[in-house]
Design a binder for this molecule. Structure first.
Ligand code: ATP
Length: 313
């Protein structure tokens, strides 16, 4: 649905987007994740035909942004960061105005407006003036506005930025609901944001994609390239013996042990190299050595760790 090949955008001599290539399938919700200045907004502006690329190819539903910008704009609903709304209009008036700009035939406008009002949960606010709405409701109006011409694709730039935690949850839910029928690309510099809403994440840094995959795949990739840690709770065996035996297991890099929560219980930390998952061999090893195993857990790499590792300068 969105096909980007070798996209580059320079501002003067500065490369904001650097040879970016990715593909988004119909129906996917994809999160563009990156720190401030990574090039997310620039990429979105090019996809939505608000800005020309310096080099590369961008195709939306098979159409080229250079040749068919008007057709592409019809296919896309774009919610820029801090989208401007007309504060003195009420929600119905504002959406009526947008329906006019979007050239929705006059006799279809009422239905189109009612539909997005329902979808975005604005029934109780439709006669409220926009200036009196909370930020969360303003963002609902922003979403209603981009949905009014029933576009196939939504491009949402930092859609929950500046909202309070409750409003964030509400808008995320709304995006997920809308995303069931649309292709969505959204940007964020907050990890939990893309993790909560997206099927797939593209991590972008200095204008380049540094990783892509589902949140689970990204964790896995990071684990495999680094060390893996397993924690054991062992009862009734001397520390020196446990450490010595565990160090003998193939793939183990480092073993440390300390007194656990209760007397007689050891908390053992076992590190392996190359992301090797040692849980199975550890179980066999523990049984073979007749240790009393109370608990085994593998330390999860958080997506936060992946993000920091990939985007730190
Ligand atoms: P943020 O989360 O802060 O919005 P972003 O990932 O969306 O960041 P962009 O807004 O695409 O990043 O900006 C990428 C880089 O390009 C930044 O270093 C920014 O300062 C620079 N930049 C953006 N727009 C312009 C412009 N019009 N002229 C010059 N430089 C620009």
């Amino acid at each position: 649905m969105i096909n980007i090949k070798n996209l580059t955008k320079t501002y003067g001599s500065f490369k904001a987007v650097d040879n970016l290539s990715f593909h988004i399938n119909k129906g996917e919700i994809v999160g563009l994740l990156g720190p401030n200045g990574a090039g997310k907004t620039t990429t979105m502006k090019i996809i939505t035909c608000f800005m020309p690329a310096t080099e590369g190819e961008v195709k939306i539903a098979g159409l080229d942004v250079k040749k068919d910008p008007l057709k592409i704009r019809q296919l896309i609903g774009y919610l820029p960061e801090n989208a401007p709304l007309y504060p003195e209009l009420n929600v119905l008036e504002y959406l009526g105005y947008i329906a006019g700009i979007r050239k929705i035939p006059f006799f279809e406008r009422k239905d189109a407006i009612e539909k997005v009002i329902r979808l975005c949960g604005l029934e109780n606010k439709k006669r409220s003036e926009i200036y009196e709405l909370s930020k969360g409701y303003k963002q609902r109006v922003g979403l209603a506005q981009v949905l009014i011409h029933d576009p196939e694709i939504l491009v949402l730039d930092e859609p929950t930025n500046g909202l309070d935690p409750n409003q964030i949850i509400e808008i995320r839910e709304l995006i997920k609901k809308i995303g069931k029928k649309k292709t969505v690309i959204l940007s964020s510099h907050i990890l939990s944001e893309v993790e909560a809403t997206s099927d797939r994440v593209l991590i972008i840094n200095n204008g380049k994609i540094v990783a892509s995959g589902t949140p689970g795949e990204l964790r896995e990739q990071s684990t495999n390239s680094g060390k893996s840690i397993v924690h054991l709770q062992v009862e009734g065996s001397p520390k020196s013996l446990v450490v010595a035996k565990m160090e003998k297991l193939k793939g183990v890099k480092k073993v440390s042990a300390k007194q656990g929560e209760k007397r007689g219980i050891l908390a053992v930390k076992i590190e392996s190299e190359g992301g090797l998952d040692l849980r199975k061999p550890l179980v066999h090893h523990v049984i073979k050595n007749k240790f009393e195993l109370l608990e085994m857990t593998r330390e999860e790499v958080s997506l936060e760790d992946v993000f920091i590792k990939l985007t730190k300068k």
